[in-house]
Design a protein. Sequence first.
Length: 147
Amino acid sequence: MFRNLLVPVDGSEIAERAIEQAVGLARQLGASITGFVVMPQPALPTMGTHLASYRQEAKAHEERTEAHARKVLAHFGEIAQAAGVGFDAQVERNDDVASAIAQAATRLGCDMIVMATHGRGAFGQLLFGSQTKRVMAQTHTPLLVLQ
């Protein structure tokens, strides 16, 4: 039934739990995993920022986020490979994380999204929002939420 799981990760402790759970689930289902990292765009320049300085900062930001994404996905791939689960790594640069996840599930042919949530409670969601709720509102792909 479920053959390709999209698992968005960010390198956090919660994402590590999602990796472990998703690999176990994929193994039981005989499914493969698409690990997915959404990288933020560089911040826009502020008034008075010199163009050359901004370009240098933006390039450094892109290099840092790309290195982080590669590290997170390499780690994920190693865990999947050790469990005998097929793995593909995908990266996207986008400030709208929820939309990027929902669109990637469709574009990559994933039939389930497996996400971890911080479980912040109502007050935490009010302050920080919930990417999980945003994904849920933007996709028709089944969503498994891990806490």
